[in-house]
Design a protein. Structure first.
Length: 132
């Protein structure tokens, strides 16, 4: 089946990966003129995201990009002193699996999807003009 996925942020490429893995021909369109890169913005992956990443075979790559943040400092306007917290304990309380990486989505083009003897390509394209 040919499938058009709208949005190349998190859910779109993951859905495209799984659909391609099950033999569908997938194109992902993104309305943003450039696939988003948010510079210094970090994202935290907790157990569900890590489990899925593991099943997709990308967890070692993700873990290799771990920021290794040990402390988080909160600065509140109007207060004199910042509050500092142990990041490992903070995230550990939320989930028994966690990794923090910098958010940085891939540039357009195509991505090869491989799983065992199943292979496919996901095409990332800019959404046609007029798509809102
Ligand atoms: C400040 C902030 C920090 C966050 N930190 C974390 C975190 O640490 N860990 C975590 O798990 N989650 C975090 N989240 C939540 C996370 O960002 C969202 O859950 C996630 O982005 C949802 O992914 P998505 O692909 O469903 O949607 P989105 O990320 O919203 O992506 C939708 C995409 O679709 C595109 N699009 C929309 N309409 C169209 C159209 N008509 N045609 C083509 N393309 C279209 C958009 O341009 C966008 O790229 C954070 C959110 C914010 C705002």
């Amino acid at each position: 089946m040919r499938v058009l996925v709208s949005g190349a942020s998190i859910a779109g490429p993951v859905l495209a990966y799984w659909l391609t893995r099950y033999g569908h021909e997938v194109t992902v369109v993104e309305r943003s003129p450039v696939l988003r890169k948010t510079g210094g913005h970090a994202v935290d992956l907790f157990k569900p995201a890590m489990d899925i990443s593991e099943r997709m075979g990308v967890l070692p790559r993700i873990e290799s990009l771990a920021t290794g943040t040990e402390r988080i400092t909160f600065l509140r306007e109007g207060t004199r002193r910042p509050i500092s917290a142990d990041a490992t304990k903070l995230f550990g309380a939320a989930s028994d699996r966690h990794v923090e990486i910098m958010r940085d989505v891939r540039e357009g083009g195509t991505a090869e999807v491989r799983s065992g003897d199943r292979r496919g390509r996901v095409a990332f394209e800019r959404a046609p003009a007029g798509v809102r």
